[in-house]
Design a protein around this ligand. Structure first.
Ligand SMILES: Cc1ncc(C[n+]2csc(CCOP(=O)(O)OP(=O)(O)O)c2C)c(N)n1
Length: 190
């Protein structure tokens, strides 16, 4: 399965869910597959998509879907521990695991070596961890994961689709996303 196919098959299932996407080609592919106000493209930094998604899931009743990369999650493994212990049932973290840093040229990551992100997620304490290799498996894992704190490791091919850069400014991406996310916030406890 190509990364863009994995993104497409999940996006076909979505209605008003919030989506946070990893930097680089994953965001470009998401934009070309289905741009919508509820998409937040993390244009600046690796490693932050899972943490942004966690914070969102804790503050909204909507389902939050994160598309992360293996390289990016490896950079922020503590996020798995916080996700496990905060365990918002509306959070689904999908790792598009191409065993490489594809956006910057395909250098191998350590999931090509000895490290399994599925095992790490389970060891962190996340119960619903699923591993998939095809769009059909991904679609059913995604639908099964509704209402459970979930991590789906989707094995995808190396490489990037030939898609243009996102023509939106970071300011506009944030502004329209915040507007779309508003109105479904959990009442503050403070
Ligand atoms: C903190 C940080 N380090 C390095 C980069 C440069 N960079 C941007 S995308 C990328 C590769 C991302 O790899 P991965 O998360 O596995 O996603 P993929 O492109 O393979 O889908 C790198 C190294 C960055 N943007 N931020």
């Amino acid at each position: 399965m190509k990364r863009i196919e994995a993104i497409r098959c999940v996006m076909e299932e979505l209605d008003g869910e919030l989506v946070v996407c990893n930097i680089g080609y994953p965001s470009r592919e998401l934009y070309s597959v289905r741009d919508r106000d509820e998409n937040f493209y993390m244009l600046g930094s690796m490693g932050l998509a899972s943490s942004i998604g966690l914070g969102l899931a804790l503050s909204t009743k909507k389902r939050v879907v994160v598309f992360d990369g293996d390289g990016s999650l490896l950079m922020n493994l503590g996020s798995l521990v916080t996700i496990a212990n905060q365990s918002p049932p509306n959070l689904t973290l999908i790792v598009l695991d191409n065993e490489s840093y594809s956006t910057t040229g395909g250098q191998p990551s350590y999931t090509a070596g000895k490290t399994s992100l599925a095992k790490m997620a389970r060891a962190a304490g996340i119960d619903n961890v699923l591993e998939v290799k095809s769009p059909e498996e991904l679609k059913s894992a995604f639908n099964e994961s509704k209402g459970k704190t979930s991590v789906i490791i989707a094995k995808v091919e190396k490489g990037n689709a030939d898609v243009p850069i996102i023509p939106l400014s970071p300011y506009w991406i944030k502004k329209r996303f915040m507007k779309a996310a508003k109105g479904n916030r959990v009442q503050s406890q403070v």
